[in-house]
Design a protein around this ligand. Structure first.
Ligand SMILES: [Zn+2]
Ligand SMILES: [Zn+2]
Length: 323
């Protein structure tokens, strides 16, 4: 029997209570149609249904040219720092308290300085404009993920779209930086006739425009991260994994890549409780993974974007988290 979460559960039945079904989506470049599950492909969309538009404030980069005086002051400090270092090679490059203050005044709260163009760069919230049309990210038919998605009565298509730009702490998403996400469920038999061409967003970050991909879904059993199982049980899982030449994390638990359902990995932060406005602990629903092949999207610092939904009522607002 190959080493998998199922074989671990067969030998250590206490893991059964922590197992979840996940569908690994395994996208690869292709030419999906509206009746296919896809990443970045065409969505089965009713002709008379308005296309979703993001009206949340957008984080935009603002560039500000330094004045000549500011640039001169910055260069003067640079020269002074280098000169002190030349006279005392044993020491690090050091700024005096006064120089730090001058630099802070020049930066004026900006996050970066381009020393080629001599521009400060800051992020600002832009709530103007007519809104940004969202782009298709994922379409999933129930036949491809029957168990990993809690399909509402009558629905057999799940669609995920996002606004392909940056948002900083958008409404309902505290401590979040990334694209805004919306989900749609529909019944494929009710969509008849032509599918409209979606509007193109007038602004988009390339890393948020997925290349069209077909899916090769495979259903697996997924186990939770270390922080979400009792300590002694996790230790037993680690021992078992070592005996079977696999890693507990990623081979048996928190399976990587694009997936529906399963368990989230908490490799960058400790476990973060994500609770719904109703008080229920939310559950991992979809994972978008960064990659250079396949969809070629990048979220966070080449990380994973996770969509959480409320197990008490799927109509409650989703929560987004990036690791
Ligand atoms: Zn937006
Ligand atoms: Zn809820």
């Amino acid at each position: 029997m190959p080493a998998s979460a199922e074989s671990l559960i067969a030998e250590v039945p206490a893991f059964a209570a922590h197992a979840r079904t996940a569908t690994l989506l395994r996208p690869s470049e292709g030419a999906p149609g509206v009746r296919d599950s896809s990443v970045g492909g065409p969505l089965l969309w009713p002709e008379d249904e308005p296309w979703p538009v993001c009206r949340a404030p957008h984080a935009v980069r603002v560039h500000e040219k330094l004045t000549d005086d500011e640039r001169d002051a910055w260069q003067r400090i640079d020269r002074a720092v280098k000169e002190r270092r030349r006279l005392n090679p044993g020491r690090a490059y050091e700024l005096t308290a006064e120089e730090v203050l001058v630099q802070q005044q020049i930066m004026a709260g900006a996050s970066a300085l381009d020393m080629v163009t001599w521009e400060r760069m800051r992020w600002a919230q832009d709530a103007s404009g007519p809104g940004v049309p969202m782009v298709p990210v994922l379409q999933l038919y129930a036949r491809d993920a029957p168990a990993a998605v809690p399909w509402p009565e009558g629905a057999d298509v799940l669609q995920m779209l996002w606004c392909p730009t940056e948002h900083s702490d958008p409404p309902g998403q505290p401590r979040y930086w990334g694209p805004m996400v919306t989900l749609r469920y529909r019944s494929s038999s009710r969509v008849v006739g032509a599918v409209p061409d979606p509007p193109r967003p007038d602004r988009a970050d390339d890393c948020y425009l997925p290349r069209p991909c077909v899916l090769a879904p495979v259903e697996v059993t997924d186990l939770p991260d270390q922080d979400e199982v009792p300590e002694d049980l996790h230790a037993e899982g680690e021992r078992w994994a070592e005996d079977h030449d696999v890693e507990y994390h990623r081979d048996l638990a928190c399976r990587p890549g694009w997936k529906a359902g399963g368990w989230p990995s908490w490799h960058l932060t400790d476990l973060m409780a994500i609770d719904c406005t109703c008080g229920a602990r939310m559950r991992l629903f979809l994972t978008v993974d960064s990659s250079h092949d396949g969809p070629d999207v990048s979220v966070g610092r080449h990380g994973e974007l996770r969509v959480f939904t409320c197990p008490a009522d799927p109509a409650h607002p989703i929560r987004l988290n990036i690791q």
